[in-house]
Design a protein around this ligand. Structure first.
Ligand code: HEM
Length: 220
């Protein structure tokens, strides 16, 4: 078992399973965040955020989520280094451009930028909501609205969150079907189908996470 997990295929499998787990998390997170737009009293979103703070989620699900992210990142680094070693000379760029998409060739860089976004994002919301306390604002909803609406920084953060959503979408556009391919669910018919589902998922997620900060900035 341990030799399988350290083999190239085993590593790709771990990468894919952790990626698919994150795909699910992102969908749930987007649905909960959409409450920000559907109820301007904030009650619905606060109830969702309250649910996320319940001990069963905090101590049960969040460590699993953090583990999923950490495994995904560590294996991304291992696999990228391994691929570079196996291919010391770069392919002629023309060949690569014909046989692969821009997203697929830049997964590591895109993932790294998404990670920078997530680190900033956790400082904005996760830290005050779950660790240090809300400070001057009255609720989780008010905290989120304040970030996107207060002064010049409100505009800057809106732009950064839109950029984060686009980077995440590009990462998911390739990541989604590639993950299914690595778990062995992809022959040529399924590859075409999964690629389509992957693009739809990526566009849905990128559009959703783009619309929310824009909506709050302009209408909240
Ligand atoms: C419109 C954009 C977004 C908003 C308004 C938003 C809001 C929030 C809030 C309020 C929390 C704290 C939840 C709590 O602890 O109760 C949170 C946590 C988190 N967000 Fe986001 N988020 C956004 C986009 C994203 C994106 C694009 C990602 C990337 C995958 C992401 C990943 C996370 C993670 C990993 C956590 C910590 C886990 C958790 O507490 O659920 N978020 N977000």
């Amino acid at each position: 078992m341990s030799s399988f997990l350290s083999s190239s295929i085993g590593k790709k499998l771990i990468m894919s399973l952790s990626g698919l787990f994150l795909v699910l998390f992102i969908l749930v997170h987007l649905i909960l965040n959409s409450f920000l737009m559907f109820d301007s009293t904030g009650e619905l979103f606060n109830a969702g955020a309250h649910f996320m703070s319940l001990p069963i989620i905090r101590f049960g699900l969040q460590p699993v989520l953090a583990g999923g992210f950490i495994i995904h990142i560590i294996y991304a680094i291992i696999l990228t280094l391994q691929n570079q070693k196996a291919r010391p000379q770069k392919y002629a760029s023309q060949d690569l451009k014909e046989s692969s998409t821009w997203s697929s060739r830049n997964m590591f860089v895109l993932g790294g930028l998404v990670l920078v976004f997530i680190a900033m994002h956790l400082m904005h919301f996760f830290v005050p909501i779950q660790i240090t306390g809300l400070g001057e604002v009255a609720s989780d909803y008010d905290l989120v609205v304040a970030l996107f609406t207060t002064g010049t920084m409100g505009m800057v953060y809106t732009a950064l969150y839109v950029l984060g959503a686009i980077l995440l979408g590009l990462h998911l556009a390739h990541g989604f079907w590639s993950a299914f391919q690595s778990v062995g669910l992809s022959n040529s018919i399924w590859r075409a189908r999964l690629e389509k589902v992957g693009y739809i998922y990526a566009i849905f997620v990128a559009a959703g996470f783009t619309i929310i900060p824009l909506y709050l900035h302009f209408f909240a």
